[in-house]
Write a protein of this length. Structure first.
Length: 184
């Protein structure tokens, strides 16, 4: 049974350290076996936070960072903005990141963040929402598909420690259909 969805608000500078912790631990959890383990083990919350603090508020026009909060603690983070197709921006929105604290996976945090990100994207006038997800991250791909964001055939890879990591693009028209969270 999932807990009540947490409230979602815009991220503040005071949230940077916690967001970095969620992001780094999220990579280490979700990408185990999908990326070189040595790379994942070397990820640093402090380094991520330093970069995030330096760039805070400089994401550009239309970039929105959101956090989910439960009992006064940030338990998830999402970032969205204009969709990038190579170097060209399209009319669609892109979900750049969505991570729930590992202890809060399956409790409605991701769904709350995705729902608010989709609402924000629609309010900004974007007709669709797109995102890239690791091809072999079956759990994340099912999560997005349940929300109406399906693979659209686009694939590309990026390199991590000399290893190609394939991604697939998912997308869907806005507004997203509210679908019940099904057990996976």
């Amino acid at each position: 049974m999932t807990a009540q969805a947490p409230p979602v608000r815009e991220m503040t500078l005071a949230d940077v350290e916690r967001v970095s912790e969620i992001r780094v631990r999220g990579w280490q959890h979700a990408y185990r076996g999908l990326m070189p383990q040595a790379y994942l083990d070397a990820l640093s919350v402090a380094e991520d936070a330093e970069l995030r603090r330096a760039g805070f508020g400089q994401g550009g026009a239309g970039v929105v960072n959101l956090v989910a909060v439960r009992a006064g603690t940030v338990v998830g983070w999402a970032a969205l903005g204009p969709c990038r197709d190579g170097e060209v921006h399209t009319p669609d929105a892109e979900l750049y990141a969505l991570y729930a604290d590992v202890q809060h996976i399956g409790t409605g945090v991701g769904r709350a963040l995705l729902g608010e990100a989709a609402r924000r994207a629609e309010a900004l006038g974007h007709p669709a929402l797109r995102l890239w997800v690791l091809r072999d991250n079956v759990t994340a791909r099912r999560f997005y598909a349940r929300a109406g964001l399906h693979a659209d055939g686009a694939e590309e890879s990026f390199e991590v420690a000399g290893v190609a990591v394939p991604e697939v693009r998912h997308g869907g028209r806005l507004p997203l259909k509210d679908r019940p969270h099904e057990a996976s």
